[in-house]
Design a protein around this ligand. Structure first.
Ligand SMILES: [Zn+2]
Length: 177
């Protein structure tokens, strides 16, 4: 649930390749947990958005990321939804005399900073230098997305999906022998 950046982590909260689908944000409790685990990546003082609003943004983010993985143009509504969520809390970039930078979040007009942070993360990912490293897990029954900073990475989790695939290959070979 944590580790691939806000946008990918949110997209991965719905397991789409299993039947029936599993939604980790189906309850307010699961939703609270997701935001709690990502508190360190959110603007200070951010409150968890409601589960319904989180799931709505997730649908747009997933659509956007899936299109990027497939090398296709995204659905315009997904682009609009993500842009709108990002724009709801504008940011500005500041620096200080130590040449360090800081992003300021401007809440003056309200808006949901947690959703804005996820939307910003999605925009930065699909338009940025890591976009070509975005992948979907090679296991047929796994819908997890990840950023393959190691170009040989095929699995969301080597010791789960990678292992299952190795075991399956081994079993198939044993059958043929
Ligand atoms: Zn996987």
């Amino acid at each position: 649930m944590v580790g691939e950046g806000l946008a990918v982590d949110l997209a991965d909260t719905e397991l789409l390749a299993v039947s029936p689908k599993v939604d980790l944000l189906a309850t307010e409790e699961g939703n609270e947990k997701f935001w709690e685990l990502h508190a360190g990546q959110l603007p200070e003082g951010t409150r968890a958005p409601a589960a319904g609003a989180t799931r709505r943004l997730r649908t747009a983010v997933r659509t956007l990321l899936d299109a990027r993985v497939r090398g296709e143009r995204p659905e315009p509504w997904a682009v609009e939804d993500v842009n709108a969520a990002a724009a709801a809390v504008p940011t500005s970039l500041r620096m200080d005399i130590a040449f360090s930078q800081e992003i300021r979040w401007h809440y003056d007009h309200g808006g949901d900073a947690a959703l804005a942070a996820v939307a910003r993360s999605a925009i930065e990912l699909v338009t940025g230098p890591h976009a070509s490293q975005l992948r979907r897990c090679a296991a047929d029954d796994c819908s997890m997305l990840f950023v393959a900073t190691n170009s040989r990475r095929q699995w969301c989790t080597p010791n789960l999906c990678g292992n299952r695939a190795r075991v399956a290959r081994h079993a198939a070979r044993a059958k043929h022998d």
